[in-house]
Design a protein around this ligand. Structure first.
Ligand code: COA
Length: 307
């Protein structure tokens, strides 16, 4: 048996796309099932090209890994996404891909203040769980995909002094959005800090819809936002947040209603969002607006300490 791990440069993306669409991996890699979703994910500013690999088993593509590197509160964390097609499992392919990932992040560990490596999978996935445990990862967090059936949605009630502006693509609006996002999520688990340049890269992606972004202003300050995204038939309330000084005034609920109404008007189905299973406030809000947990995503984590 010959097992070779090769970097996946742009020329290798066709092989990666084909692997990700194998029926044995399609559920785990849902965003890669459409060409637009695939291109967006591969173009994600937090996914360095040098952290992508394809595993070849006896000359046939058998699996892949791509690894996000995201600056967070202090330093950064890495999130490896591994997939091995069914016939090639239990032959050490994912183990070799993980080893390639670890070898590649070691030389950049200090520069990025890298502290943690994560893997994740949808429940139920005994293979992923066993693989994570075998490699020293511990369960760290669950995220929920919540869905809302189409139906009547409440009218947004904007708190006093708050007005809504639809994202106009201008530089000041982009900077407001980037800044409000960083402030709103600063305390969150696996917060991904973004620079204006990274936000600029997102607004040119296929799933991005400028008219699907609402920015809430109080006086001259952007204090909240809701960004919707379309992935094929489905529609996601992709990012929603309010800055600390604009919480508990009903702004989150108003933004959520705006987002759901926008997606319904755009004929999205289903409408969903992802939420940290320990974010009690957000969970209460989403449940009260008709969202229910549809799937659970487990995250496992292991410290990156250097060799
Ligand atoms: C999880 C996955 C990546 C493992 O790939 P793989 O190439 O089969 O993994 P390896 O052969 O390197 O397995 C290494 C160890 O993990 C554990 N393991 C992997 N799959 C397992 C399974 N189905 N049952 C029990 N243990 C398992 C074992 O300890 C194994 O060592 P062993 O075969 O010597 O007992 C693969 O099943 C997969 O692609 N699943 C769908 C995508 C996915 O879940 N991705 C998230 C990964 S965290």
């Amino acid at each position: 048996m010959s097992l070779v791990i090769r970097p996946c440069h742009d020329g290798g993306l066709t092989a990666l796309r084909a692997l990700a669409r194998d029926p044995s991996l399609a559920r785990e890699f849902e965003p890669l099932q459409t060409d637009a979703g695939f291109d967006d994910l591969m173009g994600d500013p937090h996914l360095p090209r040098e952290l992508r690999w394809i595993a070849w088993l006896d000359g046939t593509p058998a699996g892949f890994c791509f690894c996000f590197l995201a600056p967070t509160h202090v330093g950064s964390f890495a999130m490896a996404r591994l997939g091995v097609v069914e016939p090639f499992r239990r032959r050490g392919v994912a183990t070799a891909l993980l080893a390639a990932t670890c070898a590649a992040i070691e030389p950049i560990r200090e520069r990025h203040g890298l502290r943690e490596l994560s893997v994740s999978a949808w429940e139920a996935n005994p293979a992923a769980e066993a693989f994570a445990t075998r490699h020293g990862f511990r369960h760290a967090r669950d995220f929920w995909r919540m869905e809302r059936p189409r139906g009547p949605v409440g009218t947004p009630v904007w708190p006093a002094g708050v007005s809504l502006r639809i994202f106009d693509g201008s530089e000041p609006a982009l900077l407001d959005f980037n800044d409000a996002y960083n402030r709103a999520f600063a305390e969150h688990y696996h917060f991904m800090r973004t620079t204006p340049e990274e936000t600029r890269a997102v607004v040119v992606q296929s799933h991005f819809r400028a008219d699907g972004v609402a920015l809430a202003y109080r006086d001259a300050a952007c204090v909240g936002f809701c960004r919707n995204a379309r992935f094929g038939e489905a529609g996601e309330v992709a990012v929603i947040g309010t800055v600390p000084e604009a919480r508990a005034i009903g702004l989150g609920r108003a933004l959520l209603r705006w987002g759901v109404a926008w997606l319904q008007d755009d004929d999205a189905s289903p409408i969903y969002l992802m939420v940290d299973g320990e974010n009690e406030g957000a969970l209460r809000l989403y449940r009260s607006e008709g969202f229910q947990v549809a799937r659970t995503r487990h995250h496992w984590s292991r410290p990156v300490t250097g060799t």
